[in-house]
Design a protein around this ligand. Sequence first.
Ligand SMILES: Nc1ncnc2c1ncn2[C@@H]1O[C@H](COP(=O)(O)OP(=O)(O)O)[C@@H](O)[C@H]1O
Ligand SMILES: [Mg+2]
Length: 255
Amino acid sequence: MQMTKTPQQRQQRRRADAAGAHEVDLLVEARTLELSALSSHLQSLAEKEKSELARTLHDELGGLLTAAKMDLSWLQTRIDKPEYQERLAQLGSVLDEAMSLKRRVVEELRPSLLDHFGLSTALRAYVDSACAKAGVAADIRLPEDGKSVPKDIAIAVFRIVQEGLNNIMRHADAKHVTLVLTTDGDEYAFTLQDDGRGFDPNDTTRNSWPHGIMGMQHRVRALGGRFSLESAPGKGTTLRVAVPMAGSLSDSGSP
Ligand SMILES: Nc1ncnc2c1ncn2[C@@H]1O[C@H](COP(=O)(O)OP(=O)(O)O)[C@@H](O)[C@H]1O
Ligand SMILES: [Mg+2]
């Protein structure tokens, strides 16, 4: 049996609903903040671990491979038998391959140019080499590396460009890539554009978004920046990111 509510009861009900909805909103907001903080923490932990692994591989594995190469040349000067010489030469090329693999992995884990020469130099080298390898023309406009960029901003910008460029190489089939980075002292901003096949960012027929674009967005949000991705089938893709210098967590946030 349904009882008819008085206007007063209806008003009370509306107030209770509004209070409930407000509480849910607050809870969702609090949980979102917690997740976001946790994700930032995990991201900076991952950067730290990658950096440590890069150092170990560089120093220890690098040391072992160099020692092996030195022993190899010692043997090469003392063994005359041609069939042995042939085997030693093969061993030499395996060691060279191992060294270049080590170099690639170390560079992937922690771009050394970033630490030694700064963001612009590291980005130019990375984008140039990836585009050259893929036969894509690159137009890169970056400010000179002068004033040092806070480390957490530098690594975040580098990783975002890295993911954006990986996406171009994997999905876009582009002929030209343009990267423009500007800074006015208060803000770092960049645009990464390709003239490839593009896609519909609002396509809801996908089961779920993969983590690449979400990861980029998260990095930008963690630094209090702005992120936008424009794309349409046949129209290429443009990624725009701006990060405030003051949004930086600390100068020594990441190693
Ligand atoms: N530059 C681009 N050109 C064309 N399609 C792209 C580009 N960037 C992203 N996409 C599309 O968006 C999807 C999601 O990208 P992302 O989140 O990085 O995941 P993943 O690269 O692992 O697929 C890609 O699978 C691709 O369909
Ligand atoms: Mg991706």
